[in-house]
Design a protein around this ligand. Sequence first.
Ligand SMILES: [Zn+2]
Length: 291
Amino acid sequence: MESLLRVIKNAERKGVAVGHFNVSNLEMLKAVSSVGRKLKLPIVIGVSEGERDYLGVNQVRDLIDSYNSEHFESGYRLYLNADHTYSLEKIKEAARAGFDAVIFDGAGLPFEENIRRTKEAVRAAKKINKEILVEGELGYIGRSSKLLDKLPKGAAIKTKDLPTAEQAFRFVKETQVDMLAPAVGNIHGMFAKARNPKLDIERIKEIKNAVKIPLVLHGGSGVSDKDFRAAIKAGISLIHVSTELRVAWRTGLEKSFRKNKNEIAPYKIMPGVLKEIEKVVERRMVIFRGR
Ligand SMILES: [Zn+2]
């Protein structure tokens, strides 16, 4: 199987981005997987600490292996990422379970402490599996994948608060992360009634020029198509989407309940939910692949 790093570097060369979608349950995984299969594209499945606790660290790995072995011929592949991880213990747990990538999230820490703890996480993860990719986070962008009515408290949005190319360069050099997610005007979560703030495309370019390694954009929900395209062109090669999938899950479930008032068979209720999630994933994937 092609390594995730290769997949991301290939995307970079082609001027497209790989999609990263968070899943909380089997329905979401089924929906994301079916879009990957339909479009014949690799996809990264993200599970946060909460999602891992719910799904089971080893169980989600097995599920993805099972999908991959069944569809090996089709050209689509699922990769598994331990999304936002805050402790060394959880980093090690994911590395031992055979995740393809882990994120150590020290974005809420002071800069020097973030460097020190991320470096520690890189060492610990690579000691368990030298192939695993470790992503670092620079600049606080909030933490929750939910519908917002105001900006997350303390989030770096204004140009003067965003990490600079110099900071990014030092962070990458000292921590030796494989991928970097800098704050570039993006936030976690999405506004219920408005667009998310605009991305700072210039800052993406500056950081990309300085660090050279793959850049990751978090908080893809609520970002405009135009901003996505410009961000990819400026150097983003992996994009995270979570909140939009959660919204689709809930909307789909409510619609399905209304439509099947007396139905009690989950496998008759859930296809409507899957369809709703698939629409979101496909719409995003099409933009990420520059189609
Ligand atoms: Zn994120």
